[in-house]
Design a protein around this ligand. Structure first.
Ligand code: ADP
Length: 480
């Protein structure tokens, strides 16, 4: 797996971000290229249209000049001499009437010697230095030519806020011909050339519109790509968050699974050892009991040793039994169990012990509370809670047992008059093997918790405001 774009969590955060930036650049670049292509084609179309218009205008001028000036002048004066004011005025009137309102800024006519023989600007008349190479080409009987005279390039114009009028000029150079009999000028039947017509049109306004159009495309494309990029970022952020959460959840589950497997494996080993210990322990205990009853044990030293063996073996088997109960929890049966009945059994069994320790029990239980579960396991749970209370008081005192219905659950509470739970140990009370007693196993409360949760209930440990510990047991009521 490539590590370059990954954070320690193993997530490709950087890579996703890198991708979004690359896509922004790509989208922007594509939109700019597209806008250039579109405007280029729009600009070309505009120039083509202007050329077509200029060509038609020049053709019309040629026709009008030939029919309305050249022919009548030749008939009237015998020859064309534009130096004569009458002829010049006549031509000027004709040209002005044709170009009127058509945004033509200047018209010039060159003779065969490239001298300006007519111009809408009289200062040009007679000049020989104004004819460009296009005039020479036109005189050589070639096609009209169209030239754009611009003070700045189109790209510079793109960044010029206010284009001055006359920044872009279209110059058309057109050979003036003698028309054939049908009044047509075409490639197959060109008449002789009379001179060259040069016509200029200011196309700055049209160029301005094309530039505005280009900015509109760039602006729209950039805006839409930014919106797209923003959406992509939001999407990636969300995906990253979901991925991070999933990754954390996965890691947590993996850790838990690992821990459970380890504990389960350990539990199986320890449980099988405990099981193996139980039988020889039983034999040791019963043998000690047997020896104690024999007359040979009347020797006080032997009797004390045998009693110690018997007591310790008994305690050890209790620990082993507790541990096995905890390590191999039984699946509870689903019998109808009366809470009161279980309490009766527990209190009956402890009657002697309670009397011996001078502990009174106050019962405030609601009759008829039925739980769906395993009577033996619940007996074990309530018994453990009661024994803990007795041990905590360590002498005379009182235990209050209450039970009541609370919605679809039964809540039982065991409150004693002992010292209460030490707040420093609160977090660890349900940990297996946690005990504050010299002879404790630390399995009493974990067994209670395991039994109650296997019944779909919950256990809560607290201290009563008036002092002493309270253990709350909540169990679901049996459905009627
Ligand atoms: P054990 O009884 O073998 O110590 P438990 O799991 O039953 O193991 O109890 C764990 C610890 O919880 C006890 O050692 C004791 O410190 C505390 N404890 C349990 N019940 C009470 C109680 N009623 N009052 C005060 N402390 C208690």
């Amino acid at each position: 797996m490539p590590r370059r774009f990954e954070l320690p969590g193993g997530l490709p955060f950087g890579f996703a971000r890198f991708l979004s930036w690359v896509s922004l650049v790509l989208i922007l670049a594509t939109s700019i290229v597209m806008s250039v292509v579109i405007t280029d084609s729009a600009r070309n179309t505009m120039f083509r249209k202007q050329q077509e218009f200029a060509s038609l205008l020049a053709e019309n001028l040629n026709h009008q000049i030939y029919r309305r000036f050249t022919l009548p002048t030749l008939v009237g004066f015998g020859r064309i001499a534009l130096r004569q004011p009458v002829q010049y005025e006549r031509l000027d009137q004709l040209v002005q009437s044709v170009i009127h309102g058509l945004q033509v800024s200047r018209v010039r006519i060159y003779d065969h010697g490239k001298i300006v023989s007519y111009s809408t600007d009289r200062a040009d008349l007679g000049r020989t230095d104004l004819a460009g190479p296009e005039v020479t080409v036109a005189l050589r009987d070639e096609d009209p030519s169209y030239t754009v005279d611009a003070g700045i390039s189109f790209w510079q114009a793109l960044f010029t806020p206010r284009l001055e009028p006359g920044s872009f000029i279209l110059r058309t150079t057109y050979p003036l011909r003698v028309e054939n009999r049908l009044g047509r000028i075409d490639d197959d039947d060109d008449g002789p050339i009379m001179g060259v017509l040069e016509m200029t049109q200011d196309i700055t306004n049209d160029t301005r519109s094309i530039i505005a159009f280009q900015w509109l495309i760039i602006g729209t494309a950039s805006l839409s790509s930014l919106v797209l990029f923003g959406m992509l970022l939001v999407f990636i952020r969300r995906a990253e968050r979901v991925m991070a959460e999933r990754m954390q959840e996965k890691q947590r589950l993996e850790r838990e699974l690992h821990q459970h497997e380890k504990l389960a494996g350990m539990g199986r080993v320890v449980a099988s050892i405990a099981h193996e210990i139980r039988n020889p322990l039983g034999i040791i205990r019963s043998s000690a009991e047997l020896l104690l009853k024999r007359p040979s044990s009347s020797d006080p030293v032997t009797a004390r040793i045998l009693e110690a063996i018997y007591d310790e073996a008994k305690r050890l088997s209790q620990t082993v039994n507790d541990f096995l109960d905890y390590a191999r929890p039984r699946q509870p049966r689903q019998d109808p169990v009366e809470a009161d009945g279980v309490l009766d059994r527990v209190l009956g069994f402890l009657e002697g012990e309670l009397a011996r320790r001078e502990v009174t029990v106050a019962r405030e239980t609601e009759p008829g509370i039925t739980i769906s579960g395993d009577g033996d396991l619940l007996y074990r749970a309530f018994y453990n809670i009661m024994v803990n209370a007795l041990q905590a008081m360590d002498g005379p005192g009182s235990i209050t047992v209450t039970s009541r219905r609370d919605g679809d659950a039964a809540e039982l509470a065991f409150r004693d008059s002992g010292p209460g739970f030490d707040p420093a140990n609160r977090e660890r009370l349900l940990d297996p093997f946690f005990t504050t007693k010299d002879d404790g196993t630390g399995l009493g409360l974990p067994i209670v918790n395991s039994i109650i949760t296997s019944h779909g209930g919950s256990l809560r440990i607290d201290n009563a405001p008036e002092g002493g510990a309270v253990v709350y047991v909540r169990l679901p009521l049996r459905a009627e």
